[in-house]
Design a protein around this ligand. Structure first.
Ligand code: PAF
Length: 291
């Protein structure tokens, strides 16, 4: 059965109210479209949990710090709808920019501290845009539970904290990253890579795995881990490491000595495409097997 497409907030509210009256749990997967296996895993997790599933497809202008990135963001709505329908999604909320932002917002949501490092240093305003649109979407959909990919670890941490601080009545579920067989984390942005760039794009994952191995082997100096992992990125004119940092997994603050579980996260430019990835390392555990 084809998923219903809703373009208006009013339709989503009516759909939500029907499920409330019927006592059904609603699971929400917010996306910007260009859906891939990573999104499919979020939807499947929601379906397995027995939720009525709503997916939003909205390329949120507020979270783009660069105009060209917003313009180049892949848009594949027909394919997205087919995937949602095949996976048993009930409603696809695909609002226009005017429906979401009839006027320039004067009220935005900003999460401090967690947004200071990693991507936050390089994408001014990005996480305010994410927190603002997710707040609006939660208010419109009023889900019981919402699903987010662990690939966007900083986004997930921001949303968890926002929900906690603002007492939002929604459970947040993080879903593990889906990877290509060579380790590249699935991302809508991968579609922009040329064949040559695609072959170089695994450098970030290899660097993260190097960090994981170093920690598993007993390295406790976070700067040393960062240095040796960064050295895994080959000198290549089309590759530029934006950051690779060892941080605590909750507030994402830099750690000096690795004493407990840490998040190792990085961003790598491959040509004009920016890729992010991360790996969680528990120093008491051995590194996972290749890749
Ligand atoms: O992860 C994304 O696709 C977006 O940041 C989100 C959560 C849908 C907000 O626009």
């Amino acid at each position: 059965m084809s998923a219903e497409v809703a373009g208006t907030i009013a339709r989503v509210r009516a759909w939500r109210e029907d499920h409330r009256l019927a006592g059904r749990r609603v699971g929400f997967v917010p996306t910007m479209g260009a859906l891939h296996e990573g999104h499919a895993r979020l939807i499947e997790t929601a379906r397995r949990n027995g939720d009525q599933v709503i997916v939003s497809v909205f390329v949120n202008p507020l979270q783009f710090d660069r105009k060209d990135d917003l313009e180049r963001y892949p848009r594949t709505f027909e394919a997205d709808l087919r995937l949602c329908s095949a996976l048993g999604v009930q409603l696809v909320f695909a609002p226009s920019v005017g429906e979401m932002y009839p006027a320039e917002p004067m009220c935005t949501v900003s999460v401090k501290r967690i947004t200071e490092r990693l991507c936050g240093q390089f994408r001014p305003g990005h996480f305010d845009g994410v927190a603002t649109v997710v707040t609006k979407l939660f208010d419109i959909v009023q889900p019981d539970v919402a699903y987010f990919g662990e690939k966007d670890a900083q986004q997930l941490a921001v949303i968890r904290r926002m929900v906690r601080d603002l007492d939002m009545p929604v459970e947040i579920v993080g879903v593990s990253t889906v990877r290509e067989p060579d380790g590249l984390a699935l991302s809508s942005r991968n579609a922009r890579l040329s064949a040559d760039e695609r072959s170089k794009s695994t450098a970030l994952y290899r660097a993260l795995r190097d960090a994981e191995r170093a920690i598993a082997a007993g390295e406790r100096d976070a700067r040393a881990v960062e240095r040796r992992a960064a050295a895994v990125i080959p000198p290549d004119a089309s590759l530029r490491l934006e950051y690779l940092e060892v941080v605590d997994p909750v507030e994402l603050q830099r750690v000096d000595t690795i004493a407990g579980t840490v998040l190792v996260a990085g961003a790598l430019w491959v040509g004009s495409t920016r890729l992010i990835d991360n790996i969680t390392c528990d120093p008491s555990r051995k590194a996972a097997s290749e890749p």
